[in-house]
Design a protein around this ligand. Structure first.
Ligand SMILES: Cc1ncc(COP(=O)(O)O)c(C=O)c1O
Length: 476
């Protein structure tokens, strides 16, 4: 194939199609045109029929290429309005503003944590599950005001899945469906406040957004130190804490599992009547090297709320999560949900139930686990080969690793150098509990939290190459 002009719909489009696979050639030509800025955000593309005619390709080839690029975020489409170039800018984090002497650039590549590979969402299988779920559902449960606690069919599917895959001790009556972990945490903070609890112990390094949610819900935060054996380095949480938020299977962001003695200590603290543990199992499905770490909840189901989410196993856009709560709390949480109108869409719940029951969820998790493991292996081996001055930790599970920098290298410097290469990165310091939450122990940096699931497949190796280059620059 040669360089080709397409002139559909009055739009001159120069596309360099090379290679023998027309769809791949068209995808990469369009990506390159967007990446280089030749096709600006908002530019309308020819219809697939018109472009196919111009290029001498089958219409399906063009439609499939458009579909893939929409999935990857390069293009956007709406039924009836055609296809256009999407807003591409990945916002560069404030800390990553390029310094003097480092070229400013848009961040086309992203290795920040928090996302699965969005382009790998199983759209066809999800749509098929939606069709089956909708066809079979009685009008009342589908179209009326649905069960506030969550559709029984989904709670049943989740109870079976969580017991089987994560070792959670639960029955459908103790599951509460929510809009991701974020809403689950918000509901639990509201619940704690109705019970007179005002203080939540949190890991001294954790998700900044979750600290924000808990504080907005009126909780005072006290940090518990974290080290390479997980949270609570010194023992149980500080006096006065009525609840403790933990990431036992894969500490966020350090990536370590909570040591067995500490798991015991934590549940003993809760069972002695001191409080409630909130177990955030955000990426519990993704463990690569060792036996899966089962849920802490199974050690004390009456004192631990297990929280799971579809945000990593599927995509955050679904806004679906679930809590497995102690018996005595199920009704209270449901009442808070009802009183505050926080009810999830029955359409999405039906689809997820059907997706789980038909085996689609397990298949997607297995597929994603394989793909992420391959990415992790590549990332770790490239870092070891190209940048021996850094060390990589927290690699056994999850969708991110910690890249430890030499003490004299500043996180901001690496982030700025990467931004200059069009790559967005995040530093460990952004996860540290700040003024409002207090700070537990000395800082653990400098380090980067590298999310290797974030880029779509075609962009991954370039993103890693840019990371290595930025690190080599910063380390001199
Ligand atoms: C530590 C942690 N917990 C939970 C979640 C999921 O939150 P949600 O279910 O609200 O999307 C994330 C997402 O990035 C996370 O990093």
């Amino acid at each position: 194939m040669q360089g080709t002009w397409a002139t559909s719909a009055g739009l001159d489009l120069h596309l360099e199609l090379s290679g023998t696979r027309p769809r791949a050639a068209l995808e990469s030509a369009l990506r390159e045109a967007v990446r280089s800025g030749r096709l600006a955000a908002g530019t309308a593309l020819p219809s697939s029929r018109a472009l196919a005619a111009d290029l001498g390709l089958a219409r399906n080839t063009v439609a499939d290429a458009y579909g893939q690029l929409v999935a990857e975020g390069w293009l956007a489409a709406r039924h009836g309005s055609g296809t256009w170039v999407a807003e591409q800018t990945v916002p560069v984090p404030a800390a990553g503003r390029p310094q003097a002497g480092v070229a400013s650039a848009r961040a086309w590549y992203d290795l920040r944590p928090g996302f699965p590979d969005l382009s790998a969402f199983p759209r066809a299988a999800w749509m098929a599950a939606a069709r089956r779920g909708l066809a079979a559902a009685p009008a009342r449960s589908l179209l009326g005001y649905s069960d506030v606690q969550g559709l029984p069919v989904l709670r049943t599917a989740l109870a079976e899945y969580l017991a089987r895959a994560r070792g959670v001790s639960v029955v459908p009556e103790r599951i509460v469906v929510c809009a991701g972990f974020s809403q689950g945490l918000e509901l639990l903070c509201d619940l704690l406040r109705t019970k007179g609890e005002r203080t939540l112990a949190i890991e001294a390094y954790g998700h900044p957004g979750h600290r924000q949610i808990a504080m907005s819900a009126g909780m005072r935060l006290v940090p518990v130190p974290v080290d390479d054996r997980g949270a609570m380095a010194g023992g149980v949480p500080p006096d006065g804490a009525g609840a403790m938020l933990l990431t036992p299977a894969h500490q966020y962001p350090l990536g370590v599992a909570l040591a067995p003695q500490r798991r015991r200590l934590a549940v003993d603290w809760a069972a002695a009547g001191n409080g409630l543990i909130i177990e955030d199992d955000y990426d519990g499905e993704f463990r690569y090297d060792r036996q899966a770490v089962g849920a802490l909840q199974s050690l004390a189901p009456d004192h631990v709320v297990y929280a799971g989410t579809a945000s990593k196993s599927l995509v955050p856009g679904l806004r679906l999560g679930w809590l497995a709560v102690p018996d005595r709390l199920a009704r209270d949480i449901t009442e808070i949900k009802r009183a505050t109108g926080r009810v999830s869409s029955s359409f999405d719940q039906l689809t997820l139930a059907e997706f789980i029951n038909s085996g689609g969820y397990d298949r997607q998790v297995r597929r994603a686990r394989l793909a992420y493991r391959t990415r992790r292996d590549w990332l770790v081996s490239e870092l070891r080969r190209q940048v021996p001055g850094v060390s990589v930790a927290g690699i056994a599970a999850g969708l991110h690793v910690i890249v430890r920098l030499p003490a004299e290298v500043a996180e901001e410097d690496v982030i700025a150098r990467a931004a200059g290469r069009g790559l967005a990165l995040e530093g460990l310091a952004s996860c540290r509990a700040g003024e409002a939450g207090g700070v537990g122990g000395p800082g653990l940096g400098p380090a980067l939290v590298v999310g290797y699931a974030t880029p779509p497949g075609h962009a991954f190796s370039t993103a890693v190459a840019r990371l290595c280059a930025a690190l080599r620059d910063a380390l001199g």
